[in-house]
Design a binder for this molecule. Structure first.
Ligand SMILES: [Zn+2]
Length: 940
C-alpha cells in the first residue's frame, strides 16, 4: 500500500508542522508491510484518522487505523467517512442503520430493541462477543441472573457458575445530547470489537460480552444533529459560537435525564432498567463530555455508606487502570477522582451502583460542536496532581476525532481489564449481593413496615410500586401482628431485608445523614429517602419477630381504590392531604366545588379545613364514583350543606411558562401535570411578551430555572440573529414539544410588564425555587429583599418548615409543620424584618398589610425553638444543611397581593424531579384555591 498524505494535511494554526512530521513518519512503514497485523488495515483509514486528529499525542495505536474484514461493513464503508470526522454529526437513524448492517453481517454481533422514546424512536442495544458468546447469550444471561440472587445460588454453586460465565459490560452513549462524540466513538468501537484480530480484542471478545447502547437518548441526538447542521456547522471561533444545543432534547427533561435512576420516569431510563434486569451487567459505564482531556469518575467522597466496600474500591481501581494505561500509551490529560462526591446515586450509572454492580463514567473533553476549534484551559486544569499525573496542555486545537480517540482508547483499556479480571469481577458482583443479603439476615434493621392505611393511601401505593420497580421485594402481611408496642393489621406492607437489594432498600427508606467536610461540597442532591419525600410513614423494625409474620409477596403494582358512601344529595371529600385532589378537580371540572375554610362536624364525623363540599348537581354521583375508584379517594354523603365558612373553588385555566433558556426543571413540572391529566396552556417567552395573559389563563406556573435574574429576563442572547426552533424538511426533528420562530430574547421588559398586568388584573402567579427571583428581585413584588446571609447551603435536602398562617389555603392537608425539599436558592427577608434590623424599631405595624409569610423555615414554633441543645429537633429531616441558624424564621412561601391578584413565591421547588411528592400539595393548594390566596382573605 502506498500512502501519500504529507501534503494534504488541513492547515491549522499551531499544530500543522507537528502533524505533518508525524503523519509522514507514521505512514512510511505502511509501504512495506501492514504494521497492524494480524489485522489488515482498511485503506485510507490511517490517513483519515490522522488528518482528523489534531496532535499525535491525542491518538493511541489501538485506534489509529480501522481493521478490514471481508463482507463486514466498516463505519467508513457505510457512512463514507470515519467516525468523528470534522464537521459531521451522525444521525441516530444512520447509526442504527449501520449497526443493523453490522449485526446482519457478523455472527459476533447481536442487536435488539430495548425501548421506544416518547417521539417514537427505537432505543437499540448491541451485544458483541465471539461467535460462542453470541450463540450462548441466553445461557450467559441465566448465569448472571443466578449470581444476582445469593438466596438461590450458594457460594459453591456460584464458583461453578463463574467458571463458565462471562461478565456483561454495558456502555451507554449519547445520554446528554450536546455531548456528541461518544456516539461516534462507540459506533467505531462496535466495529473494531467485532472484526479486529488483535490479541487484546480477541481476549475481550472471548471473555466478556460488551453491551452498547449507541444512542441512549435518540430524540435528543436527532434534534442535536439538526441543530448543529442548521446553526453551528462551519463556525470555528469557539468563544463566538451561538447557543450550541437545541432548547429541548426529549419531551420533558434536559440534563436531568441523568437524574432519573430512583424515579424511572423517562423512557430512556426505563430502557436501561430493562437491559439491566435482562443481562445483570457487572458494569454500567456512562459516557459524557466536559473536562480536559478525559476524566474517569469515582468521586472525592463522602461515599454513600450503603454501598458495599467492594464496589467503592473496585471503581477506584478501574479508574486508575485507565489513567495508567492511557498515560503509558502517551496520551496526556487523563485523570480521575477530583469531581463529584460518590454519595448520591441518582444517575444512569447508579442503576448498577444501587444493584450490587459498578457504575462508572467518563467526562471526555468535548467541543459541543463537531467542528475543530482552539481551546484554552485554566491554570487549575493543567497542574500536575496525584490524581492527574500528566495534565493536558494549556492551549491546543481539539477535534471531534480527538474525543473519539480518547473515549475509545479508554474503553478498550477497561474492556481488556475486564477480560483479564473477568472471574474476579463476576465473583465480586456475586459477593456484593451475598453480603447485602447477609446483612439483612443479621438485622439492624430486619425489615421496614409500611402501614397500608395512611392519610393518602394512593401515595403509599405509589411508593410501594416504586420499590417493586427497583427490584426490591415487598410483601403484605396475611394476618395482624404485634411488634414492640404496636399492633399492625393484616394487609400491612413489609419489606424484609434478607434480600439481595437490601442495601438499596435501606438507602431508599432511611433518611440520609450527609456530613459536610472541608472542601467537599456535594455535587447534587443529598436526600432521596422515599418515606420523607413521599410523606409516607415507614418504620424500621429491629424486632426479630417480624421474620415470623406470614406474608404474601407482591407480584404486581398496587392499584388502590376509594369509594362513595351514600347517595348525597351533598357530598363531602375530607382533605387528609391526598395528592390526587388536583387530578380530581380537573376530572370534575364541570362541577361546582366549595372548599371549607374551617373544620366542621357532620353526622358525627369531623372534617378539617380544606374539605371539599359538593352541592347537589346533576350527574355528580356518577362522576364522583369514577373519581373515587380511580384516585383512591373516599367520599361521604351528607343530608345538607354544612355550616361554616367556605369559598368557591372553580378549576382555573393553568398556563405553564417555559422559558427557552432553560426547559429542564419545568420539564419535570410538565411531566407531573401530564401524568395526572391536568390540562394547561404551554406559554413560551413570546407568548408572555405578547401580553393579554389574563384573557388566556387564570394561573401562571413559573418553575425553578437555572438562570440568574438577567437570564430570566433577557433569555438566550441573540448572537447570530433569530434562532428558530421549528421543523423544516431539512431539520424535521426540531420544534418539539414546542416550536418557535425565535428562541432568543427571553420575556424581556415587555414580558415583565405583561406579567405585572396579569397579576394586577386578578391572575395568580406561582414562582418556584430560583424562579421566585423574577418576582422578588425583578420588581413584580416590592419591598421583599434578598437576605444578607453568608453560610447557608441546602444542597437538595429535606428541611423542616412551619406554617405562619395555619388557616391559609396553602396549609390545607398539612399539620402545623411539614418538611420540604430545598436546593440552594437565594434567601429573602420581609421588609419588616429588614427594617427592624437596619433602620427602624418603632414602625413594625405600619398601615400596609404585610402578613405575607405563609410558611417559614424552622422547627416547631419559635417559642419552643429557643433552647436548642441535646435532643432538640434540627431543621434537617433528611440530607444535610449548613447555616440553618441563618435560615431559621425566614420565608419559605410568600403570598403577596398585587392589584386584584396575588404572587405566591416558593423558596423551594415543590416540583423537584417527581421525587418530592409530599410537597406537591403546597402547589396544588395554590391552584385549587387560586381565588382565595390573599392573606387578608384568611385572617388568623
Ligand atoms: Zn453529561
Amino acid at each position: 500500500m502506498m500512502v501519500s498524505v504529507c501534503g494534504s494535511v488541513r492547515s491549522s494554526k499551531s499544530a500543522t508542522r507537528l502533524v505533518l512530521v508525524w503523519l509522514c513518519l507514521l505512514t512510511l512503514p505502511l509501504a512495506a508491510a501492514d504494521r497492524n497485523a494480524p489485522d489488515t488495515t482498511e485503506p485510507g483509514s490511517v490517513e483519515a484518522i490522522a488528518r482528523a486528529t489534531t496532535a499525535p499525542e491525542f491518538l493511541s495505536p489501538w485506534v489509529a487505523y480501522l481493521p478490514e474484514a471481508a463482507g463486514i461493513p466498516s463505519p467508513t464503508a457505510y457512512l463514507g467517512r470515519i467516525a468523528g470526522a470534522a464537521g459531521e454529526l451522525t444521525r441516530p437513524e444512520q447509526i442504527f442503520g449501520y449497526l443493523r448492517a453490522l449485526a446482519a453481517a457478523s455472527p459476533r454481533v447481536h442487536l435488539e430493541e430495548i425501548g421506544r422514546t416518547l417521539e417514537g424512536r427505537e432505543i437499540l442495544l448491541v451485544a458483541i462477543a465471539d461467535e460462542a458468546g453470541i450463540h450462548n447469550l441466553e445461557e450467559l444471561k441465566a448465569v448472571t441472573a443466578a449470581l444476582a440472587d445469593p438466596r438461590r445460588t450458594d457460594p459453591q454453586r456460584a464458583e461453578d457458575l463463574i467458571a463458565g460465565a462471562r461478565p456483561f459490560y454495558y456502555i451507554n452513549a449519547g445520554l446528554h445530547a450536546d455531548e456528541t462524540s461518544s456516539v461516534e466513538a462507540v459506533m467505531e468501537l462496535a466495529y473494531r470489537l467485532a472484526v479486529s484480530e488483535q490479541p487484546m480484542i480477541r481476549r475481550i471478545r472471548e471473555r466478556v460480552v460488551v453491551l452498547i447502547n449507541p444512542v441512549s437518548n435518540p430524540d435528543g441526538r436527532a434534534k442535536m444533529a439538526d441543530w448543529f447542521y442548521r446553526y453551528i456547522a462551519g463556525k470555528t471561533d469557539f468563544d463566538a459560537l451561538p447557543r450550541q444545543s437545541p432548547p429541548y432534547w426529549g419531551r420533558y427533561v434536559f440534563v436531568d435525564i441523568n437524574r432519573d435512576a430512583h424515579q424511572q420516569t423517562q423512557a430512556e431510563t426505563q430502557a436501561i432498567y430493562r437491559m439491566f434486569w435482562n443481562y445483570h451487567p457487572v458494569v454500567i459505564h456512562d459516557l459524557h463530555e466536559s473536562f480536559p482531556l478525559l476524566q474517569t469518575w469515582n468521586g472525592t467522597g463522602p461515599y454513600n455508606p450503603n454501598l458495599d466496600p467492594i464496589v467503592t474500591s473496585a471503581f477506584l481501581e478501574m479508574s486508575f487502570h485507565e489513567v495508567t494505561r492511557m498515560t503509558a500509551l502517551g496520551m496526556p490529560g487523563v485523570w480521575t477522582w477530583d469531581f463529584g462526591d460518590g454519595y448520591g446515586h441518582h444517575y444512569v450509572d447508579s442503576v448498577a451502583m444501587n444493584h450490587n454492580a459498578i457504575g462508572r463514567g467518563y467526562e471526555t473533553f468535548g467541543n459541543a460542536t463537531a467542528e475543530t476549534v482552539e481551546r484554552v484551559l485554566e491554570p487549575a486544569e493543567v497542574s500536575k496532581k496525584w490524581f492527574r499525573p500528566w495534565p493536558a496542555p494549556s492551549r491546543f486545537e481539539w477535534s471531534m476525532r480527538d474525543s473519539v480517540n480518547y473515549t475509545e482508547t479508554g474503553l478498550l483499556a477497561i474492556l481488556d481489564y475486564s477480560a483479564v479480571n473477568a472471574t474476579d469481577m463476576l465473583r465480586d458482583f456475586y459477593r456484593t449481593g451475598l453480603k447485602s443479603w447477609r446483612q439483612g439476615v443479621a438485622g439492624d434493621p430486619f425489615a421496614f413496615v409500611i402501614p397500608a392505611e395512611q392519610p393518602d393511601r394512593r401515595r403509599v401505593a405509589q411508593m410501594v410500586n416504586l420499590l417493586l420497580r427497583q427490584g426490591i421485594e415487598v410483601a403484605r402481611a396475611k394476618a395482624g401482628f404485634a411488634l414492640d408496642e404496636s399492633d399492625f393489621p393484616a394487609g400491612t406492607f413489609v419489606v424484609r431485608l434478607d434480600q439481595p437489594y437490601r442495601n438499596y432498600a435501606v438507602d431508599l427508606l432511611l433518611p440520609q445523614d450527609f456530613r459536610f467536610a472541608a472542601g467537599q461540597l456535594p455535587y447534587d442532591d443529598v436526600s432521596w429517602a422515599l418515606p420523607v419525600h413521599y410523606g409516607v410513614e415507614t418504620l424500621p423494625v429491629n424486632d426479630r419477630r417480624v421474620l415470623e409474620v406470614p406474608l404474601d409477596p407482591l407480584e404486581a403494582d398496587l392499584a388502590p381504590t376509594g369509594r362513595v358512601t351514600g347517595h348525597g344529595p351533598v357530598f363531602l371529600l375530607a382533605d387528609t392531604g391526598q395528592e390526587a385532589l388536583l387530578e380530581a378537580r380537573y376530572r370534575l371540572e364541570d362541577f361546582a366545588v366549595r372548599i371549607a375554610e374551617t373544620a366542621f362536624r357532620v353526622d358525627a364525623r369531623d372534617y378539617p379545613a380544606g374539605t371539599w363540599i359538593l352541592p347537589p348537581q346533576a350527574g355528580l354521583e356518577e362522576a364522583l364514583t369514577s373519581v373515587a375508584t380511580d384516585l383512591a379517594l373516599d367520599i361521604d354523603s351528607a343530608s345538607a350543606l354544612p355550616e361554616g365558612a367556605s369559598h368557591d373553588a372553580p378549576a382555573p385555566r393553568i398556563g405553564v411558562w417555559v422559558p427557552w433558556a432553560d426547559t429542564d426543571s419545568i420539564g419535570w413540572l410538565r411531566y407531573t401535570l401530564d401524568q395526572r391529566g391536568v390540562p394547561y396552556t404551554y406559554l413560551r417567552d413570546e407568548d408572555i411578551r405578547a401580553g393579554g395573559l389574563r384573557e388566556r389563563v387564570d394561573v401562571i406556573l413559573y418553575g425553578n430555572v437555572d438562570l440568574d435574574l438577567q437570564g430570566q429576563i433577557h433569555g438566550i442572547q441573540a448572537t447570530v440573529g433569530p434562532m428558530a426552533f421549528a421543523a423544516t424538511p431539512d431539520f424535521p426533528s426540531l420544534g418539539r414539544p414546542a416550536a418557535s420562530d425565535d428562541i432568543t430574547g427571553g420575556p424581556g421588559w415587555a414580558g415583565l410588564a405583561a406579567l405585572n398586568r396579569f397579576v394586577e388584573e386578578g391572575g395568580t402567579l406561582l414562582t418556584l425555587g430560583n424562579g421566585s427571583a423574577l418576582a422578588l428581585e425583578g420588581g413584580l413584588v416590592r419591598f421583599v429583599r434578598r437576605a444578607w446571609t453568608t453560610g447557608i447551603r441546602t444542597p437538595g435536602a429535606e428541611l423542616r418548615a412551619r406554617f405562619a398562617m395555619q388557616n391559609h389555603p396553602l396549609a390545607y392537608g398539612y399539620g402545623d409543620t411539614t418538611s420540604v425539599f430545598r436546593f440552594d436558592y437565594p434567601v429573602y427577608d420581609l421588609p419588616r424584618r429588614w427594617l427592624r434590623m437596619a433602620y427602624c424599631t418603632s414602625c413594625l405595624d405600619g398601615p400596609v398589610d404585610m402578613r405575607w409569610v405563609v410558611l417559614q423555615w424552622g422547627t416547631a414554633s419559635p417559642e419552643e425553638n429557643t433552647a436548642p441543645g441535646p435532643g432538640a429537633e434540627t431543621m434537617v429531616v433528611s440530607g444535610g444543611v449548613l447555616g440553618e441558624d441563618e435560615l431559621e424564621g425566614r420565608p419559605a412561601i410568600l403570598a403577596v397581593p398585587i392589584g386584584e391578584g396575588v404572587v405566591v413565591a416558593y423558596n423551594f421547588n415543590p416540583m423537584h424531579r417527581d421525587l418530592n411528592r409530599s410537597d406537591e400539595r403546597l402547589l396544588w393548594n395554590a391552584i385549587l384555591n387560586w381565588r382565595s390566596l390573599r392573606p387578608s382573605q384568611n385572617p388568623d
